[in-house]
Design a protein around this ligand. Sequence first.
Ligand code: FPP
Length: 256
Amino acid sequence: MAEQNITPNALPRHIAVIMDGNGRWAMERGEDRVFGHANGVESVRSAVRAAGELGVEFLTLYAFSTENWSRPAAEINALMELLVESLAGEVGELVKKGVRLRSTGAIDALPATCIAALRNVEEKTAHCEGLTLILALSYSGRWELTEAARRIVRAGIPAEEITEDTMRSHLGMPDVPDPELLIRTSGEQRLSNFLLWQLAYSELHFSPVMWPDFREDHFKAAILEFRGRERRFGRTGEQVLKTDHSQPENGVIEEE
Ligand code: FPP
């Protein structure tokens, strides 16, 4: 792939990723699905590195969905162990690179070792001011919206006072802007219950590459494609041309 430079003024602030294809990647090689997840960790490193270097502010990775609890116990355990190992192994590098770790989802449902590893890295990187890496764990969009509804009812907010802002402020990460770009790997073209509220206006990039093969060049290619799109937010193309300063400028990407 050609060497590509992406300038900061054209970047999405927040990129969300559905890391898909680990199982198929492993099975194509005659290996167990867990082998795919283990190799997917290098792709996570690669995405974090690329996002951090480019100046993306938030990167949210769908690491374990509510639905993933129905997978075989051995695969769930291996994924949880991989998470604990990766967190312990990467904390130094995250601090060095100024990456702050946060998490979203039903974290209480995770094994105690996993919660401890997560909290440890969250605490140690709380002061970091570079990229914020958000791991969605035991997460689903419908779960998050249901939780928001519960919080609103518990807060005693009258029905007629509920607005979109009320909903937004009761979601898991109200301070995080909606992703401008969603990347899904492995050729599948679904949202799979990910960030259902937040992805309402996001651009979707579906890559045929399996997650364990997804590297910095693929990540940059997704951003370049995003930059070529016109984001209209329900307006006409003419209105966008007159008023939309968020539309990436042309000419700032150099392709060699
Ligand atoms: C989907 O592939 C991937 C997952 C369910 C887990 C993703 C986890 C990792 C990449 C490793 C750990 C993560 C971190 C943040 C250290 P799949 O198994 O559904 O693939 P398939 O569709 O080919 O079966």
